[in-house]
Design a protein around this ligand. Structure first.
Ligand SMILES: [Zn+2]
Ligand SMILES: [Zn+2]
Ligand SMILES: [Zn+2]
Ligand SMILES: [Zn+2]
Length: 109
């Protein structure tokens, strides 16, 4: 249904269907399916692993340490589930999937 507004999954305000960022609350991917951080297949908040690649979708939040669904944001503290590579030449933002940077391969901790 192109052209119809959809409610943002975080703040509930109506945003354009193609919005990549909610203009009201600033969160990414406000509408449309959540996607696996590794293979980008659609996932649901009641999944414990990705149905396509098997990635565990229950992770410890890098910000608060609580277990949360591996969506875009922590269910407990609301922080984005990303880590930034500590390599000063890289600094790639990435989902906390593994121990190594997806770009430069350096350890993330
Ligand atoms: Zn919003
Ligand atoms: Zn996946
Ligand atoms: Zn958290
Ligand atoms: Zn890196």
């Amino acid at each position: 249904m192109p052209g119809y507004s959809h409610p943002c999954r975080y703040c509930g305000k109506l945003v354009p269907p193609e919005a990549r960022v909610c203009p009201f609350c600033g969160k990414i991917n406000p509408v449309g399916p959540l996607r696996c951080p590794r293979c980008r297949s659609p996932i649901r908040p009641d999944y414990i692993v990705c149905s396509s690649c098997g990635l565990s979708l229950r992770i410890a939040c890098p910000a608060c340490g609580e277990e949360t669904f591996f969506g875009d944001y922590c269910e407990k503290c609301g922080k984005r589930l990303v880590v930034i590579c500590p390599n000063p030449k890289c600094k790639t933002e990435q989902p906390p999937i593994g121990d190594k940077c997806i770009k430069c391969g350096k350890p993330l901790k």
